[in-house]
Design a binder for this molecule. Structure first.
Ligand code: HQG
Length: 178
């Protein structure tokens, strides 16, 4: 993925997760946008885009952040939204342990309130430590928290997984955070 593709991806994530107006697109109740409108929105920002290039961007995205519908007329972000959309996530049994990457400055609050979702729909958890390190590193020196996911699930907490493999949950109380 070229640097240019990365910055186009950031703009697409902004539009498909948080602020569709930036590309003059609309999201339906499940978070889908028209591919034609998205391409036009990018073109109107002087970003060359067509279906072929968009397909490459979707397929090569490092975290598989977007997906098309079957006939490639619609596109959506797989997770990470702040706008109200129904992603139709299915509750699933999680692995024994999941990980969350964060940074020291949030730890006092996390120990007090647990992991909270803030402006996103869910708290995001990773299946591997490596991914959690990458997530935490976006903000500084990463701190990796171990979550007793299977134990929580057995106590009735619902876990979901996005199309691109991110584990999602509403809230993690402090007692389950290692
Ligand atoms: C922290 C990226 C204070 C939490 C990544 C995190 C991920 C608290 C921040 C995805 C807290 C929220 C999500 C509490 C949690 N007090 N701080 N009680 N509870 N926090 O960006 O997990 O590139 O919403 O630790 O790779 O960092 O966008 O969540 O630091 O997969 O596809 O509040 O976003 O993916 O930050 O990242 P975020 P996140 P994309």
């Amino acid at each position: 993925m070229t640097k240019n593709m990365k910055s186009i991806g950031k703009l697409m994530s902004l539009a498909l997760r948080h602020n569709p107006k930036v590309l003059d697109i609309e999201l339906d109740e499940n978070g889908w946008a028209s591919v034609n409108e998205l391409i036009n929105g990018l073109n109107n920002k002087d970003i060359p885009m067509d279906l072929e290039r968009l397909t490459e961007l979707v397929e090569t995205n490092d975290k598989k952040r977007y997906r098309f519908n079957a006939d490639k007329t619609k596109i959506c972000a797989n997770q990470g939204h702040s706008v109200e959309v129904n992603l139709d996530l299915k509750a699933l049994e999680p692995p024994h342990t999941l990980y969350h990457g964060t940074v020291q400055k949030f730890m006092a609050s996390i120990r007090e309130k647990g992991l909270i979702k803030g402006s996103r729909h869910h708290v995001h958890l990773s299946e591997t430590k490596e991914t959690a390190i990458a997530v935490g590193s976006r903000r500084g020196k990463p701190i990796i928290l171990k979550i007793e996911a299977k134990f929580m699930h057995a106590q009735g907490f619902e876990f979901y997984q996005s199309e691109n493999g991110v584990w999602l949950i509403d809230h993690i109380p402090p007692k389950f955070i290692g």
